[in-house]
Write a new protein. Sequence first.
Lengths: 353, 479
Amino acid sequence: MGQPSFIFWFSIAAGCLGVLMLQYTTGGEWGLMIRRPLGAGARTMMWMVLFFIPIAIGMKYLYPWMNLDWARRDAVVSQKLAYLNWKRFGIFAIVYFGAWILWAWRIRVLSLQFYKDRSPYTDLARRRWAAAGLPMIVLTLTFASIDWMMSLEPKWNSTMYGITFTVGCGLSAFAFVTFFLARLATTDAMKGILKPTHLRDLGNLMLAFVMFYAYTAFSEFLLIWYANVREEIPHYVIRDVGVWGAVAAAIIVFHFFLPFFMLLMRPIKDRAETITIVTIVILIMRYVAIYWLIAPSWYDHFHYSIWSLTTLVGIGGVWIWTFIDQLKGQTIIPIHETWVEEAIREGAIRVNA
Amino acid sequence: MATEQVPIHEVRPVTQELKIPARFIPQPVLEPGHTYSSITDHISSIVLRRKMPLIWYVGMGLSTILFLVLLAAIGQLIIVGVGIWGINHPVAWGFDILNFVWWIGIGHAGTLISAILLLLRQEWRTSINRFAEAMTLFAVASAGLYPALHTGRPWYDFWLFPYPNTMTLWPQFRSPLIWDVFAVSTYATVSFLFWYTGLIPDLATLRDRANSFFGRKIYGMLALGWRGSAKHWYRYESAYLLLAGLSTPLVLSVHTVVSFDFAVAQLPGWHSTFFPPYFVAGAVYAGFAMVLTLAIPFRKIFKLEDFITIKHLENMGKVMLATGMIVFYSYCMEAFFAFYSGNVFEKYMYLNRATGPYWKMFAMLIICNGLAPQLMWFKRLRTSAFWLFVTAQFVNVGMWLERFVIIPTSLHRDFLPSSWGMYHGTRWDWSMFIGSIGLFLFLLFLFVRFLPMISIFEMRTLVPEAHPIADEPTVEKAI
């Protein structure tokens, strides 16, 4: 019950790390205003380890393949036991978290060093770490999603799953940092620095992620529906009927259509108040989509308990506390970066609406 | 705000005081020293005044011969039928769809460069967009031949389109092959319009500079009365942006639909949910490799190094690396899921690909598409025209092999061992393939002879005079 909550907050942290590395690799001016929040979000990964411990302890209650009597008798699952076993699951989880923390920490160290020496070589080293980190994060998030989420239905598999999850993490991160920045935009400290074009830039990138997520999720659904293979179709049969089906419809409307049309409109993207609403819609729907993806693996009929809500709030409280803690002691805008003035003056706009 | 304003150089505590090493100095998208007239002179003279270099005649001659091979192959096909190809039970789709996908993929770079990079305001697209768009059109023309001829009786190809008829016959709308008809024809139409619209101001330049009577008349007609008035420019900019917006989804949609041709089936090796993004990334990857393959020699032959600079080549190398990594990720996922699925047919399919009768193709695929693009991690190699060209050749071959590995290798051994067989392209298959390369190059050589291969007016926007010096920018002291 707590797993969807963990995955939701985890997706923001992992997305922050991914987008941060994308930003340092490409050096696009769109990311200047969000570098600090992204970095702080990425460094919360250390705390996510703590919340992963209950999942590791409770594996036998969550994952059907932990029941070896059943797994060995099943024709399909018995073929997978070399992969689906607790030892490999644990070792891989350590590797994933180790890699994420290493990269988040290394980029932080290089950023602090750059603050001191402002050497282009430090910048280059940071860019190299970030570029090397991109394949790392895509691969680790793919396998983490297979291990932690897809294997809840051990008979089912879909090659798109990792891509959709990775894109979803990026979307969560963009929605979160844009929300954070839009809230700051109204404060005195940021007045005159954060301009509508900064928010528009982030709005456009969010739009791209909203569309990309819909593209991968819909392609996955269409191909499974069309082929109608016995091994694959149960995944959607459960999720498309009854209340789960209504949730699916809500995902189509609120995860795609509503943000899509809102983000097409420049007046909505440019104003902090309105883009805040879009980010809230997206963040809520990210949780709903994650819940819809995970919970029907346990419940054929709709089920939502108070524990799901408490874990969501509880993990969220700690996560936000660590996020703010990580932000302390530094300026929100990385003022030592060489081209910060230009970005502020120009409004950092490089993506056209 | 009433805060004190200070000039930007006084608050910039940055690298100006340090000596910047050469590798950190950005490369220009237009070599310094050019003016409006030098750009116009250089590019338009290739078309209007200059005698073509000898190598153009050699290239044109060779591509004409290959084009004739294509015509012979098509003639034989129409006389005898598709039996001249290697397709038969169990591999009913061979070179025909393989080459169709290969060519369609190559076209994608043109659309990406012209539309998406325009919307992202990437200046480096400017000197390569015209060329890449033309490449898209010629690649789509080569691609379109295959499904049209594979129908067996190409004179009935109009049946592919839904039209009211007395026999009340309609295409099967639930088939992705029909979706292909719509996707590819839309793609060809929009790409042509986009390319032609972008050409209009340059056609007017050629009209004004042409020496011959026919030159003036023909370029004049094609320029559609362009006079360069403010109203013309306003309408041009609006139309161009609109067409860019229309083209953007096409970058995704065409190859997504092409991937559906395979992925909707239940065949192991074809039915995979990640095919749509995998195919799109592969298409962009193949397209950039082809742009590099053509741009590197052409910039040398026509002395265009000032316009197509190392920065362009490096950026294309980076795109190739990024998309190549996505393609390689897909190969890894294919391998992993073949085993993770727990499905014996999936597992066998993968082992058969890697160790079966076509293992050499598979091994070469991994070398060409998995390993070769990794060279692009190194700045020294991606800023070298030679190494970029070499890598692009690996990718060209690799992307053809990828389609071979996906299509015949999955088909030749399906669920029933009694229906297994082998597939080889016949000499007519190869003639058709080589001939379609001939058609592509033939059209391309004609293009560089009669139309400006680099957008003259867009290049003029890159000279320093096009950017009037603004007042010294300021920032608030509070920062």
